[in-house]
Design a protein around this ligand. Structure first.
Ligand SMILES: [Zn+2]
Ligand SMILES: [Zn+2]
Length: 427
């Protein structure tokens, strides 16, 4: 799947120069993701490591290693990859353009690969477009939708190659002229300052001709696209989010990105899922957790009720204890097998963990001395007495955990009157 001699239709080279194919060097298709490129590079780099090959192959291995490194350097960088995809190696001509180390000559390297034939960096000959760029978008999705799965229909407005001029931008039989701004190169060198006294040169696409190197006279422009080479088209698309999908999952709508004239393939729309936090449930992989709030009476005597509503709307009914006399304490965790998140591509689900929180009665709930006495009789008594030579009965006041350490522990808190004055709010 490659076709390394195809060129943009406008300016096919006359003498059939061989285009360097960085994708071929790494052995990946032009559609390869960043991760695939990285993997392929690591494989190549490892295979051509000088220690791994016999001495007589060392030189060749070294060259292969360098070529793979150069290919990786360009393809791993989105901006460089785009330049390469749209302009081929022309964007990185011999002048030591982006990514070209001073001591490495790309042409030498490629000759060793049997892919030589001159670096077609001199203008139009090397221009070649493989694939229009992917369109990356974040898609926020609720935990409920990730639990149940969801299909979203939406209308996408995409650029498609103009059907009237086939993407040339010109009227029938009109001849374009060379773009004056870039002298027909389609790319221009820009110098920008990256630091005090530090200048960097890089190649960017020419804006005047949108990288084609050619422009039409106003009267020669295609009537349908007005010379823009593409037209807008609305399309109904469907985004399917499978049950159990996770934050960071990518959903690709293949070939649905904008079409770019001259590109052999059209990029994808890639949705990157972002999980929205839920009020009730927290997710950890395939498991869910939630707070189980019970009353003091329930903690001591048990309960049998619906304790929460699941993400699909079901009530989750729980009976506690399973053994008479069991008490639930704050912070205890109950596991409910099979009530976590669905696991993608299976019928299985993770588990649900319920973390116990005991809700104590409000102040004053037990104010009747008779009731208090009864409670005291029912509940366990005090711990065994502490034997001390001397005891002091002390007073106390309501405080906050933040108060510990006093002003010293909280530098912002400055009060010359001392901690007592500043802290006694409650009595
Ligand atoms: Zn047109
Ligand atoms: Zn131009």
């Amino acid at each position: 799947m490659d076709g390394s001699t195809n060129d943009a239709p406008n300016d096919a080279p006359k003498e059939g120069t061989t285009e360097i194919d960085l994708y071929e060097i790494l052995g990946v298709p032009p559609t390869a993701s960043k991760a695939e490129i990285r993997k392929a590079y690591h494989k190549k780099a490892l295979a051509s490591h000088p220690d791994k090959v016999p001495p007589e192959q060392r030189e060749e291995a070294e060259a292969q290693f360098k070529a793979a490194s150069q290919a990786y350097e360009i393809l791993n960088d989105e901006e460089k990859r785009h330049l390469y995809d749209t302009h081929g190696m022309a964007a990185f001509d011999g002048s030591g353009g982006p990514g070209m180390g001073p001591e490495v000559n790309m042409e030498d390297i490629l000759n060793m690969f049997g892919m030589g034939g001159g670096v077609p960096g001199m203008g139009r000959g090397g221009r070649k477009m493989r694939r229009s760029p992917d369109e990356n978008q974040k898609y926020e999705v609720s935990l409920m939708d990730l639990y149940k799965g969801k299909t979203v229909r939406f209308t996408s407005t995409k650029n498609v190659i103009c059907s009237k001029c086939n993407g040339t931008g010109g009227a029938d039989k009109a001849k374009p002229k060379e773009c004056a701004s870039c002298k027909g190169q389609g790319i221009k060198q820009v110098v920008s300052q990256v630091g005090p006294g530090m200048l960097t040169q890089r190649m960017v696409e020419c804006g005047a001709c949108e990288g084609t190197g050619q422009v039409f006279n106003p009267k020669d422009k295609c009537k349908k696209c007005k010379g823009k080479r593409t037209t807008e088209e609305k399309k109904q698309l469907e985004l399917y989010i499978p049950r159990g999908a996770r934050e960071g999952d990518q959903i690709r709508l293949e070939g649905e990105a904008d079409q770019v004239p001259g590109a052999e393939q059209t990029g994808d729309i890639v949705f990157h899922l972002v999980e929205q936090p839920d009020d009730v449930f927290q997710r950890a992989g395939n498991d869910l957790s939630a707070k189980l709030e019970i009353t003091l009476a329930e903690a001591l005597t048990g309960f049998h009720r619906v304790v929460l509503q699941h993400l699909d709307g079901r009530g989750i009914e729980l009976r506690h204890p399973q053994v008479p006399g069991q008490i639930l304490r704050p912070g205890e965790v109950l596991r409910v097998p099979g009530e976590g998140m669905p696991i993608k591509k299976s019928e299985a689900k993770g588990d649900l963990y319920l973390v116990v929180d005991v809700r104590f009665p409000d102040d004053g709930y037990f104010s009747d001395p008779h009731v208090l006495e009864q409670l005291q009789k029912l509940l366990p008594g005090p711990p065994p007495p502490i034997e001390a030579e001397e005891t002091d009965e002390v007073t106390w006041e309501q405080a906050d955990i933040e108060d510990i350490g006093g002003p010293e522990a909280h530098e912002a808190w400055e009060d010359e009157d001392g901690p007592h004055h500043a802290q006694c709010q409650t009595q």
